[in-house]
Design a protein. Structure first.
Length: 304
């Protein structure tokens, strides 16, 4: 017998989802609501509920991709449910109907690339900054755990996300650059249609837009990036340490060694965590976490 827990935060979240202009299917909302509010409900039952409409359809290629925005919004919002939501996804991909179509987790890889791992940190202007930063930690933790289950959506693991997050966090240093051609081009566009009588308004708009761009490359964005990157070291560090070969597309960064995974690059990342632990501009908890990652990476090296 199930005894759902009434939680106003959960109810408000799912009510808002149902009232979106383009809401997720009702049976998916109901499935995740039941999963979160009823700890006694097996994750497998919630997964079958989320897939129920597609199971009933005759289409051998069911399109259940509307699940991904709902699932990852839930992951970002509810930190305490991270493992429960992972159990749900594991059970969803085990559903045998439609010749294993659910096993593929169709569309998940594309969704992660386009809508989850497109994170931009805003250290100043965003009123939802802290919630978004926690959501970023949540999705990195979830995706690292998904990798550790051995599930490979559409045949792919998740360490390509790890490589991007670690490189973005530990190799890029845009705050060290003082002329940004891409930003200049965007700001120059303000001159189009410029009228001399509105010079003061143009200056104000220029300054506001410039500040918005520059906050996205401020060193304090590491307060958002480092906790996300740390999840990959904590959850997949041993495997990452042993990785070799291509990471896919590379770009110019502070790393000047050979492209791809390597123990040398791992050592560089450890040095960058150590550097971050000494940066006065960063929050104390960020510096402490960077220090902990330095120790964790040394421990992994010593035990290899």
């Amino acid at each position: 017998m199930h005894n759902p827990i009434r939680n106003p935060e959960y109810e408000a979240f799912f009510k808002a989802k149902s009232e979106d202009d383009w809401p997720p299917p009702a049976h998916m909302i109901d499935a995740l609501r039941s999963l979160l509010t009823d700890p006694s409900l097996p994750a497998s039952e919630a997964a079958k509920q989320a897939a129920s409409v597609y199971i009933q359809q005759s289409d051998v290629y069911p399109d259940y991709t509307s699940l991904w925005p709902l699932l990852f919004d839930t992951i970002e919002k509810f930190t305490e449910q991270n493992d429960r939501l992972l159990d749900f996804l594991v059970e969803f991909q085990r559903i045998p109907d439609h010749n294993g179509a659910f096993h593929e987790l169709k569309g998940l890889t594309e969704y992660l690339v386009e809508f989850v791992f497109d994170y931009v940190d805003h250290p100043f202007y965003d009123t939802q900054r802290d919630q978004k930063r926690q959501g970023w930690v949540n999705v990195n933790a979830f995706t690292a755990k998904l990798h550790n289950t051995g599930i490979r959506p559409e045949g792919r693991g998740q360490l390509h996300h790890a490589s991007w997050v670690l490189r973005k966090t530990l190799e890029k240093a845009p705050w060290e650059v003082f002329h940004h051609e891409d930003i200049e081009e965007d700001l120059d566009s303000l001159q189009d249609g410029y009228v001399e009588d509105y010079e003061g308004e143009l200056d104000e708009e220029y300054n506001e837009k410039r500040d918005h761009f520059l906050e996205e490359i401020d060193i304090r964005t590491l307060n958002g990036w480092i906790p996300g990157a740390a999840q990959w070291i904590i959850l997949c560090g041993k495997e990452i340490y042993g990785m070799e070969g291509s990471m896919g597309k590379e770009w110019s960064t502070k790393w000047t060694g050979p492209e791809g995974w390597s123990k040398e690059r791992w050592a560089f990342w450890r040095q960058r965590f150590e550097w971050a632990s000494s940066v006065t501009a960063l929050d104390r908890k960020t510096r402490q976490l960077a220090r902990e990652m330095t120790h964790e990476m040394k421990r992994i090296e010593e035990q290899a």
